[in-house]
Design a protein. Structure first.
Length: 339
């Protein structure tokens, strides 16, 4: 039965096991932007371990084509779906209006639950309200920590991007950085903006923001290279996604710069770069965990009325630093595509 917001606060059942998982490490949002819509059904898996009736969950994100971050989110979501006897339908579009249309498609298909990212929450407000009116439970993940309750979502799984940015800024102080450029690959993405703002808040040196076109690796490389060529005082490049970080390493070389690269988010290639020392460190937000908990929470809500975080607090999945001191432990999981 769908509860009103006032009823929820009186009838919440805290999900202790999932809340405990939130104590694990975390760190951020997505990487690049742009590209055409992608939509497909999760790999047809046999019924999972749950004996509950089959249910359908739509996972709708702002993924851009080629952004490997979301492959990790999907693996976590699919693992939960397989366990819970859930049919997972995944769709994505970096254009906020198109993403809202994908949520509407899920509503029209009468799915049993929706998990959605809120990179541009204003564009999602109306369609989330339509899902609520249709009595389809909606949870948030990855992007939208500041807005999930205002939009009427049941739960949220992700990291506080401002806190993650502040942590990175403080880390730069300990590294002796003096001048930093923070690279944003998708204008209007609130989570990315919050990361750079967080860095500025705690970093004691000079911080500049550099906007790049995340839909074009060639453009990203040329823009960062030009900035580093023009300003030799920059000693650190901070990127907001693993693919952008790896491009920034090339830009540093092309510009003849001595700048170091630090980033948010991980993938297999990035852990290798940390091991080799070409990237200094990364802030990990555990995207696998975000996808897993989002799907699992909808199964728990339908079958046991549970609200993770009591329906009042987000379940945090980070941030944590990955550097040379611990990268080998993380790398073996990254090699599997789950970190």
């Amino acid at each position: 039965m769908e509860l009103s917001s006032s009823s929820r606060s009186r009838r919440l059942v805290p999900l202790v096991a999932v809340a405990a998982a939130a104590a694990l490490t975390l760190a951020g949002c997505s990487s690049s932007s742009g590209g055409k819509k992608s939509e497909d059904t999760g790999a047809a898996a046999s019924a999972g371990k749950a004996s509950t009736p089959r249910m359908t969950v739509a996972l709708v994100t702002h993924q851009a084509p080629g952004d490997t971050f979301w492959d990790i989110v999907r693996k976590g979501a699919q693992a939960a779906a397989d366990k819970d006897n859930v049919k997972l339908v995944y769709s994505a579009d970096p254009n906020a209006g198109n993403q809202a249309n994908l949520v509407q498609n899920a509503i029209d298909q009468k799915v049993d639950g929706i998990a959605v990212t809120l990179a541009k929450p204003d564009a999602m407000k109306d369609v989330v309200a339509k899902a609520n009116a249709a009595k389809i439970p909606v949870v948030g993940l990855n992007s939208g920590l500041s807005d999930w309750k205002k939009l009427g979502l049941l739960e949220f799984f992700g990291q506080d991007e401002t806190v993650a940015g502040e942590a990175l800024g403080s880390r730069l102080n300990t590294e002796g950085a003096k001048k930093v450029v923070c690279v944003i690959q998708e204008q209007g993405n609130v989570g990315l903006t919050q990361r750079c703002d967080g860095v500025k808040k705690t970093f004691s040196g000079t911080t500049e923001t550099l906007y790049v076109d995340g839909t074009s690796p060639t453009s990203v490389k040329s823009t960062i290279t030009a900035k580093l060529t023009q300003d030799k005082a920059i000693d650190h490049v901070v990127t907001l996604g693993a693919p952008i970080a790896l491009i920034a390493v090339q830009s540093v070389s092309d510009a003849g710069s001595k700048a170091k690269v630090a980033t948010f988010d991980l993938n297999k290639d990035l852990t290798t770069a940390i091991s080799k020392g070409t990237i200094e460190f990364a802030v990990d937000q555990q995207p696998y965990l975000q996808g897993y908990l989002a799907v699992d929470s909808l199964w728990l809500y339908k079958n046991n009325g549970n609200y993770s975080g009591g329906g009042e607090q987000p379940v945090l999945t980070g941030p944590a630093f990955v550097d040379k001191s611990n990268v080998e432990t993380v790398a073996k999981f990254a090699a599997n595509g789950t970190r």
